[in-house]
Design a protein around this ligand. Structure first.
Ligand SMILES: [Zn+2]
Length: 293
């Protein structure tokens, strides 16, 4: 047993809990760098704990020590099994560069995205009801079919759990707004309309961050974000039209709907009233140019 006794490592106790609960006993410990083998010995095939302190323990420390020993006694050490470390950020319990990379980048990205969302999201010039919808989408609180089924809610008679756009995959938020072949195609048409060549991120959250990143100024972002929100809103309304009215739109119709919505929402802003739909439809970037770039 060459592993430290209290180091945040795991030997069946749950590392964080163990360390945080008993770190106050570290101070009166004689062997601060001791290994498990320094705190007991094998007697007749059984492990006996023997922990000594550099001074008499205070009464509150005695309680803590007793609790500590109780936890240790519940822990079974195996005589013939070699010590090993566990990496808790990978299912295999083994360290991998990928899991470490994910750990670092995910936290950073998440934090950066959260900061950006909280500071910019509600400043978009898209209508409030649309922003509220997208915000709920980011919180994973949109009533897609898979979400309803998870909540135990029965779908309408004859209505399956498949996406109504493609009828191939279960309807989840990620599928509906991003990976579905129909949605994906709509996004591709949107970028073609914007005259931007991209490889689309498959997560709509990443996609959103990416889309914002195309514009450098916060001032410009307020209008620019309208197009992204208009696309999401159009997809959601089109989905509801199929579910509730059995009315299916073509991809071209969906694209037109995004163009009209984003034009109306942009035109409603001060200083943008003069924009003609023909100009907007043929080159939205030119229309936004003075404001955005
Ligand atoms: Zn689909």
């Amino acid at each position: 047993m060459d592993l430290p006794l209290v180091s945040g490592m795991t030997f069946g106790l749950g590392s964080d809990l163990f360390y945080n609960s008993y770190k106050r006993l570290f101070n009166p410990s004689i062997l601060k760098d001791g290994l498990i083998s320094d705190f007991g010995k094998w007697v007749g095939g059984n492990w006996g704990w023997a922990i000594t302190w550099r001074r008499e323990l205070f009464s509150w420390e005695i309680d803590l020590s007793n609790s500590f020993l109780k936890v240790l006694l519940d822990c079974t050490l195996q005589y013939n099994k070699p010590d090993s470390w566990e990496w808790k950020y990978d299912k295999s319990k083994l360290y991998t560069v990928r899991s470490a990379y994910n750990l670092i980048t995910h936290n950073d990205l998440q934090q950066a995205n959260n900061n950006m969302l909280s500071s910019l999201f509600w400043k978009s010039k898209a209508p409030l009801k649309v922003l509220t919808f997208v915000w709920r989408l980011f919180q994973d609180k949109i009533p897609t079919k898979d979400a309803l089924l998870k909540q135990g809610i029965t779908l309408h008679d004859g209505e399956g759990s498949l996406c109504v756009f493609c009828n191939e995959y279960p309807e989840s938020a990620t599928h509906l707004f991003s990976t579905c072949s129909i949605s994906y195609s709509v996004w591709q048409h949107i970028y073609r309309w914007l005259n931007i060549c991209v490889a689309l991120p498959l997560s709509f959250y990443t996609h959103y961050s990416f889309f914002l990143g195309l514009v450098k100024t916060r001032k410009g972002w307020k209008l620019w974000s309208i197009i992204w929100h208009a696309t999401i809103w159009t997809l959601w309304l089109a989905r509801n039209d199929i579910v509730f009215n059995k009315a299916k739109s073509s991809i071209q119709q969906l694209l037109n709907s995004v163009m009209v919505k984003s034009w109306l929402w942009t035109k409603a802003q001060q200083g943008q009233e003069h924009i003609l739909f023909e100009d907007w439809a043929s080159n939205p970037l030119v229309c936004l140019n003075n404001f955005v770039l």
